[in-house]
Design a protein around this ligand. Structure first.
Ligand SMILES: NC(=O)c1ccc[n+]([C@@H]2O[C@H](COP(=O)([O-])OP(=O)(O)OC[C@H]3O[C@@H](n4cnc5c(N)ncnc54)[C@H](O)[C@@H]3O)[C@@H](O)[C@H]2O)c1
Ligand SMILES: [Zn+2]
Length: 413
């Protein structure tokens, strides 16, 4: 039985106790052992653990150009409370470009800091990398009075945010996002995770950062393919929530790909607004948040089956075309609308077809590892025209799709 002595830890008392299969003597003077008892004779006591909590996880997203100075100023103004010890988690590409500078500025400002860097790429988004971060922090004497600053793209913010959620049962973390994809999606919403050989992002936590910095100046050093990849999540946001934003992307694709500051700032803000609107209403993905999964049923599966030869955004781009085809087939999109989605994706220099090297059968089977799968059924989020998604019922935004229908769409691509 759990003692009541920890009740003070909770908002209100108290504690669970169950006597199932204990060796308590029975009442009425009988001396049966508990194993001799019939099920209905087992005595139980149930105490309710009341944990009604009001948590304010609000945070600011700073969008700008070169935000290291702002980060240090925020820390000095108490962003991380009284914490003086920071683990700067980053990857091998971002370390020399941005994380080293953040580390230097932390040390200059009198903080204790370390850089923990792992090899760049989706292949590092694993339990092993999380373990490496944790073991390094343990070895360097990090206890609970510390904070992780994740500097990098979605891989870094996902794995570092997950590590922060479990290190010392939870320490604060800050996201300093350096890719368009992280700006558009990964750094906002509090989802953190690692991949496993069987599926991406299934092991993780909802864990909100203290603050997010979106450094648009950092996009200048991104390889072009990473910019295109980030555009996929931006196009996804336009497809699911905002037809005018979709028009803007159609008219300004080249400016964005050239990292025009004004256009990039606009898309960074619009991405945040759209994602925020969805996440705010459904922090724990009970319904509405499913809409952010547009294009991800096929996208995630292709990403895994390609052995990560395709970047996340490239895979999502193909997934967006797949859902548009399905939406057209089911009458939710016109031929023209589905074509516009495909054309914008192509203009953003993203793939619109499944590469030849992908085994179609394996891809269809992989769809069953999607987190939306319910009662063994593959499910898709579908676009309704441009800038909206189909609502299939009360707070239900995905619909079952038979294996044959999914295979047919995949076969056509
Ligand atoms: N948590 C979420 O809600 C969420 C949402 C969308 C995507 N994701 C995840 O995000 C990941 C993809 O994000 P990503 O595309 O940012 O991947 P990434 O972190 O792997 O970054 C892409 C590449 O760019 C490099 N890089 C990063 N910033 C750079 C810069 N400024 N200049 C030069 N190189 C730079 C990285 O080293 C890496 O090689 C996936 O793992 C995906 O699952 C998470
Ligand atoms: Zn995504």
């Amino acid at each position: 039985m759990t003692s009541c002595s920890r009740a003070a830890d909770f908002t209100a008392s108290c504690i669970t106790a169950s006597f199932r299969k204990s060796k308590m003597p029975l009442c009425a003077g009988k001396r049966h052992r508990i194993n001799d008892m019939k099920a209905e004779e087992i005595r139980m006591s149930t105490y309710r653990v009341e944990l009604i909590r009001t948590v304010d996880d609000s945070y600011n997203i700073e969008i700008g150009f070169g935000l290291t100075g702002q980060l240090i100023a925020d820390l000095q103004s108490g962003l991380a409370g009284g914490i003086k010890k920071f683990a700067v988690v980053t990857d091998s590409n971002v370390k020399p470009l941005y994380a080293d500078k953040i580390y230097d500025r932390l040390v200059e400002a009198g903080y204790s800091a370390d850089i923990i860097s792992f090899e760049a790429g989706e292949k590092s988004k694993t339990r092993q990398t999380k373990e490496f971060i944790e073991d390094t922090m343990l070895a360097k004497g990090y206890r609970r009075d510390c904070c992780i600053i994740a500097v990098g793209g979605g891989v870094v913010t996902d794995v570092a945010g997950f590590a922060a959620g479990t290190y010392g049962r939870g320490i604060p973390f800050i996201n300093y996002a350096t890719t368009l994809l992280a700006a558009a999606d990964a750094s906002i919403g509090g989802k953190t995770a690692v991949d496993t050989p069987l599926a991406t992002n299934l092991i993780g936590l909802f864990n909100q950062p203290r603050k997010v910095y979106i450094d648009i100046a950092a996009w200048k050093t991104l390889p072009p393919r990473e910019i295109y990849s980030g555009m996929a999540e931006t196009i996804k946001h336009a497809c699911l929530a905002d037809g005018d934003f979709f028009d803007y992307l159609e008219k300004n694709t080249e400016r964005i790909l050239d990292i025009d500051p004004e256009a990039c700032e606009y898309i960074a803000k619009r991405n945040c607004e759209i994602k925020y609107r969805v996440v705010m209403k459904d922090e724990r993905e009970s319904g509405l948040r499913e809409v952010l999964n547009l294009g991800h049923t096929v996208g995630r599966a292709i990403e895994t089956v390609s052995g990560y030869r395709l970047l996340h955004g490239e895979a999502v781009a193909i997934g967006l075309v797949a859902q548009a085809r399905l939406a057209k087939k089911r009458g939710y999109m016109s031929e023209d609308e589905a074509e516009r989605v495909k054309n914008l994706i192509a203009r953003a220099k993203l793939p619109t077809e499944i590469p030849d090297y992908i085994d179609r059968k394996e891809l269809v089977q992989k769809l069953y590892t999607d987190k939306k799968v319910k009662d063994g059924c593959i499910r898709f989020v579908l676009e309704k025209g441009i800038g909206d998604v189909v609502c299939f019922g009360d707070n239900v935004y995905s619909t079952p799709v038979s294996e044959d229908e999914a295979a047919e769409i995949i076969g056509e691509m």
